[in-house]
Design a protein around this ligand. Structure first.
Ligand code: SF4
Length: 273
């Protein structure tokens, strides 16, 4: 396989990118322990001492055979538009402020977005929407997000995909979702200032409620239902529902910039309370 240059910093990278080979933002090395099973994920997640170690371990996980095959197949075949770029082809860690009071939960990396660039929501139309909105809300230093060396910084917010590998058809199986859960559980535990979770879509809403139960946060009964603008009080954390920033929603006008901005404004209210 031909090695290709990173779009911003050049060099020569395999697809998938080898851990510790110099990819901007890659925290893993050849010695980072690999999770090969759901049990490994649980053990390595709980044992991660800080976000940097967690992110490194996430980024080399191989616990879900179907997703490992898919993400690496996409990375080696590549889309024609990106034929001159290397593809990350590995799990995508959370991104943003380690002291964030706001967490934005998505679904999973896109095959030619996060799975290509190595950063959540980066390099696809969904990312264009969410990072532009975070910038309008004063939570990002720039409105664009193209690759891991583009200078993007988030303040007060961390963006997490509860399933870390690109799934075929954007549809992880329940077993894959559950296998990946310890990574997000540990990430939330390592974010001590979280006050609000913005759930982008029904999958993220359900993932948020599930992680709340595992974390021991109180979950109301009856179970809060997802909707755009829905709010669920989970003890000291409030979860806000927002339609996903998928093209299916943004192209059709189901989700407008004003609707997204209103949810983020509400999130800031809870973050500052
Ligand atoms: Fe590991 Fe999660 Fe990817 Fe499964 S989806 S291989 S648990 S990072």
């Amino acid at each position: 396989m031909t090695r290709l240059p990173h779009p911003s910093v050049g060099g020569a990278f395999d697809s998938p990118v080898a851990p510790g080979s110099g990819w901007p933002g890659d925290l893993a090395t050849a010695r980072t322990p690999l999770a090969q099973s759901a049990d490994d994920v649980g053990r390595l997640a709980v044992g991660a001492r800080d976000l940097a170690q967690l992110d490194a371990r996430v980024s080399v996980c191989r616990a879900c055979p179907r997703l490992v095959t898919w993400r690496e197949q996409v990375a080696t075949t590549r889309r024609r538009a990106y034929a001159d770029e290397p593809y990350w082809g590995r799990p995508v860690a959370g991104f943003g402020d380690p002291a964030a009071p706001i967490v934005v939960l998505g679904l999973a990396p896109a095959a030619h977005g996060g799975n290509r660039t190595g950063r959540v929501f980066t390099g696809d139309r969904s990312g264009d929407w969410i990072f532009a909105a975070l910038h309008r809300a004063g939570l990002a230093n720039q409105p664009t997000s193209t690759d891991t060396a583009d200078g993007l910084e988030l303040a007060g917010v961390r963006v997490i995909a509860p399933v870390r590998c690109a799934p075929p058809g954007n549809a992880p199986t329940p077993a894959e979702r559950d296998a990946c859960a310890p990574w997000v559980d540990r990430e939330i535990a390592l974010l001590p200032r979280v006050r609000v979770v913005v759930a982008l879509g029904g999958f993220a809403w359900d993932a948020g409620l599930a992680l709340a139960r595992r974390a021991g946060w109180p979950v109301p009964r009856p179970r809060p239902r997802f909707g755009h603008g829905a709010e669920a009080e989970l003890g000291s954390v409030t979860m806000l529902g927002c339609f996903h920033v998928s093209q299916q929603n943004t192209f059709t006008g189901r989700l407008t910039e004003a609707m997204l901005d209103a949810v983020l404004a509400r999130a800031r209210v809870f973050a500052n309370s």
